[in-house]
Design a protein around this ligand. Sequence first.
Ligand code: NAX
Length: 327
Amino acid sequence: MRQTVTLTLSGAAGQIGYALLFRVASGEMFGPHTPVRVRMLEHPRAVAAAAGVAMELQDAASPLLLDVDVTADPRIGFDGANIAILVGARPRTAGMERSDLLEANAGIFGPQGAAINDVAAQDIRVLVIGNPANTNAMIAAAHAPDVPGERFTALTRLDHNRALAQLALRTGLSVGDISRVTVWGNHSRTQYPDLRHALIADMPALEVVDRAWAEGPFIDTVAARGGAIIAARGGSSVASTVSAIIDHGHLRRRGVPEGDWTSAARISDGSYGVPEGLVCSFPVISVDGRWEIVQGLEIDAFSRARIDASVAELIDERDAVRALGLL
Ligand code: NAX
């Protein structure tokens, strides 16, 4: 048996939490030999539901599951956490202004960041799923001054996987033949799935698929995929999100295959002209468990405009949170 992992999952009674926890119990998340302690963090109104999920998790009778706790208190929930997956967020409801949404989420992610700072394990890694994921990750990081900023990421591997899937469907090849796809920017409709550096069966992607498709329908389909799934199944992506969370974790711990990279939103160090401090999706590789931005990619005028448009949205979100005095 390897060292144990303490996983704190916020929003654990929700759809993603319900799907994710059983893949943790089966060993898919941390491997078949890693015992896991699960801390379920929920809003007080959903603690009873979370307790029901905890009962089911116990009934999975997994030898990997050391123990399962449920709490509404972030200071208890993040105590000793090695991995925090922050799914619980305030969704936008009818009539809600964007500033109300940002304020409500800052009220969740600020205190959670502060609790992570004070009580999590030294090696804590934080992955934010709850939307607006990039800005929520930025807020959490800002409230955890003792935790290195690069430990906070927001999930864009789902967008990356969606881009791989579209390219595989278009070419009739396998996703295993595709590398070096990048998703830049915000996890929102402004994101930029970029094929400029992608390879398909070792050929430049833009020599395999036509440029007009890569610059139009491809981007639109990937960026609108979440909405298309809601329209088709009457609910947001759940199982594919969980797969992407697992991919993100595996790629960080085991490393990205040689010559490839993945996408993750992490705090910008100014790379590619993205203002420092914004949490932006970049091409990344994992070096000793740290996400490092792939450097030196050529950015042409088309890419520049697309990246800038998504970064402008991130700046807007940051400024709105600042104006509310929450950052
Ligand atoms: P659900 O509404 O099923 O679950 C959310 C859970 O969070 C609920 O159980 C709720 O009680 C809990 N919660 C609310 N406030 C909380 C707080 N302060 N502390 C702890 N828990 C709290 O939503 P679900 O389908 O699980 O999705 C959750 C979030 O993921 C949403 O914000 C959604 O927008 C986001 N997504 C992000 C994706 C990404 O790629 N980054 C893709 C999928 C998903 O849409």
